[in-house]
Structures are given as structure tokens and as C-alpha cells.
Design a protein around this ligand. Structure first.
Ligand SMILES: [Zn+2]
Length: 220
């Protein structure tokens, strides 16, 4: 099973991907988080892409293609992709890989939200540097003040969450957005979800729309 989450940075893809991971039992792959981790641990790839990420630009299609292929091979049961594809070349590459590796692209979930709501939201976004969990200080705060629920690590603002970088990222995203959406729009597993709402309610509607009937541990 392969699920692609689309939507501008800050639309809540990470939040819903984590929830889907818990509900469906397949890993959430945030390419952005993984690439930042490569930079932080100064791997060969990390050194290559450091400047690109700092400038809020996107890593090249060739590097991404190799990276995604490696991830899909490591996870034959499928993954929830968050941050890939970001342009048409990547979308076509993903179809190629899905065919080659026999991992069906079941759902494309389009998280739709207004740019200004995103910018407001990112001002309150903090992330755990240890496990990558994302919090919003207003809509999904940690249980204890500014430390991660999972591991107690102090939460931080991402450096690339400042307003200028965000507006630049949104611009890049919108430029490629309509074309990719059109590419996926007529597929049976395509759905658009407005994520400007209460998280549990939004997530419930996602599960309903992907016809998920499995049992979750979470109480409702
Ligand atoms: Zn954590």
C-alpha cells in the first residue's frame, strides 16, 4: 500500500501522516525530515543538499528518485509519503517505481488549506529534534510545556519555518501544485481534504473516505 499526501508545507501533512501510520501500520516517510536528518548527521548526501535546504529550495529530482527507490525497497509493505512527489517529473517517477517494485499507489490525499492560515499556523509549529513529532502550540500542544510527549526532548522551531522562507516554499509549491493535482485528480484513490479544522475530526473524515474499517486503539 502506498499513500501520497499532497498539500503545501504547513497544511498538516505530517500530523495526518503520523495518525495514518498508527491506524494503518505502515511507516510515515517525511522526505523533508529525513533529508534534514541527513544534513544534521553530515552524511555524504547531507553535505550535498545542505545549501539547497537552507535556502528553502528543493533537492534535485535525480537525488530524490534514488532516495525514494531506496525507501520503497526497504518498505515492501508500503509507506505513507509526505513531501514527495513535488513536481510532475517526480510524480511520473513514482508511478514508474510503483510499477517496478509492485507497490500499488492506493491513495492520493490532497490536504487543502489557505496560504495565510498556513503562515499563521507555522508561527506556532514546533518539532521534536529526537523523534520528529510535530506539535502546534495552539491546536495540538504537548502535554507538558514545550517538551515532547514521546521522549521529553525540548521542542524547537525549525529554522526554515520563518515567514520569508515559508512564503518562498509556498510559491514553489503552488507553481507545481495544479499540474500534479490534475495528474492525480481522476484516479479512484484521489481525495481532497480541507485541513483547516479540528485535527481529530479531519482525521476521522480521512479514514471514512479511504474506507478504513480496521480497529484503532484510540478511543472515540
Ligand atoms: Zn520526541
Amino acid at each position: 500500500m502506498l499513500i501520497v499526501l499532497l498539500g503545501p508545507p504547513g497544511a498538516g501533512k505530517g500530523t495526518y501522516a503520523k495518525k495514518l501510520e498508527e491506524a494503518l501500520g505502515i511507516p510515515h516517510i517525511s522526505t523533508g525530515d529525513l533529508l534534514r536528518l541527513e544534513v544534521a548527521s553530515k552524511t555524504e548526501l547531507g553535505k550535498k543538499i545542505e545549501k539547497t535546504l537552507t535556502n528553502g529550495e528543493l533537492v534535485s529530482d535525480e537525488i530524490m528518485a534514488d532516495y525514494i527507490e531506496k525507501i520503497l525497497k526497504e518498505n515492501p509493505n508500503g509507506v505513507i509519503l509526505d513531501g514527495y512527489p513535488r513536481n510532475m517529473k517526480q510524480a511520473k517517477k513514482l508511478d514508474e517505481l510503483s510499477l517496478k517494485l509492485k507497490i500499488n499507489l492506493d491513495y492520493v490525499i490532497n490536504c487543502d488549506i489557505d496560504d495565510e492560515v498556513i503562515i499563521e499556523r507555522l508561527k506556532n509549529r514546533v518539532v521534536c529534534p529526537t523523534c520528529g513529532r510535530v506539535y502546534n502550540l495552539i491546536s495540538s500542544p504537548p502535554k507538558r510545556d514545550k517538551v515532547c510527549d514521546n521522549d521529553g526532548t525540548p521542542l524547537v522551531h525549525r529554522e526554515d519555518d520563518n515567514e520569508d522562507v515559508v512564503r518562498h516554499r509556498l510559491e514553489i509549491y503552488r507553481k507545481n501544485y495544479s499540474e500534479i493535482l490534475n495528474y492525480y485528480r481522476n484516479r479512484p484513490g484521489f481525495l481532497t481534504v480541507n485541513t483547516d479544522g479540528e485535527i481529530d475530526a479531519v482525521f476521522k473524515s480521512i479514514l471514512e473516505r479511504i474506507n478504513w474499517s480496521g480497529t484503532s486503539q484510540e478511543e472515540k
